[in-house]
Ligand binder design. Structure first.
Ligand code: DGL
Length: 268
């Protein structure tokens, strides 16, 4: 049988935003084999119910399990917030989400114990970040705000435009006035808006991007389990559930990720 360490790490998101996590994992562990799945037939997850997000997430997780992955990274914040337990219970391999690593990084970064969180409607309504932060830092004050227009603005490549600055000012005004010193970018797409968010929040607010922290924790987990692949350069495979050409184009335009070949796997 093939060495278990040679098996790929599965990484999934509702669409292409999870490529921010894919990039962080890929940079940190170039020798690992990686399979990315973007559920482009069902994006966005951020405005859907827990039941629906869980159903979609389980379909993707089972598909990746069939590719004999050694671990699964749920790169989507919404799926991590709503469906992580269901996914972890349904797979025989370890499953990591992005909420805990993001909350850990925020808890370590804050000095005044006042943390802001931005994310999709579903992520914010779930309270998952707030719960993870409170578990790590009892007494922490949390201000959470949903920013539903950010995802489409990013997907249009509009992060440099005035319209995006206006929308961001509207969403972030309350957070800026609240006295937070740390802000969690709790959605895969938001790292692409770091510039505008930083300009509005000012230099004293630390921005937490959970992609790097998730990559670090994935590596730690593999080392603990003796599953870290050694040497060589790993393979990268990309799957989507719809419109592979659009994924390819947007991945290149938004993230500069060169995706050689995107395979289609549609769910019934
Ligand atoms: N990937 C989602 C997240 O991180 C954002 C896009 C969506 O709503 O599906 O929450």
């Amino acid at each position: 049988m093939k060495n278990r360490a040679d098996r790929p790490i599965g990484i999934f998101d509702s669409g292409l935003g999870g490529l921010t996590v894919f990039q962080a994992v890929s940079r940190r562990m170039p020798e690992e084999n990686l399979i990315y799945f973007g559920d482009t037939a069902h994006v966005p997850y951020g405005s859907k119910s827990r039941e629906t997000v869980t159903r979609y997430s389980l379909d993707v997780a089972r598909f990746l399990a069939g590719k004999r992955i050694k671990a699964l990274v749920v790169a989507c914040n919404t799926s991590s917030a709503l469906a992580l337990n269901a996914v972890a219970q349904s797979l025989a391999v370890p499953v990591l989400g992005v909420i805990q690593p993001g909350a850990d990084a925020a808890a370590a970064a804050t000095s005044n114990g006042h943390v802001g969180i931005i994310g999709t409607e579903a992520t914010i309504a779930s309270g998952a970040y707030t719960a993870a932060l409170r578990a790590r830092l009892p007494g922490v004050r949390v201000k959470a705000t949903a920013c539903p227009l950010f995802v489409p603005l990013v997907e249009e490549g509009w992060w440099g435009r005035q319209a995006t600055t206006l929308v961001a000012r509207y969403y972030l005004g309350g957070l800026k006035r609240s006295g937070i010193d740390t802000l969690v970018l709790g959605c895969t797409h938001y790292p692409l808006l770091k510039g505008v968010v930083r300009r509005i929040m000012g230099p004293r607010v630390r921005l937490i991007d959970s992609a790097e922290q998730t990559a670090l924790e994935t590596e730690r987990l593999l080392l603990d389990l003796g599953l870290r692949r050694q040497g060589g350069r790993g393979q990268r495979r990309f799957f989507v559930s719809d419109a592979p050409k659009r994924f390819l184009k947007l991945a290149r335009r938004l993230l500069g990720v060169r995706v050689g070949n995107v395979e289609l796997h549609a769910f019934d």
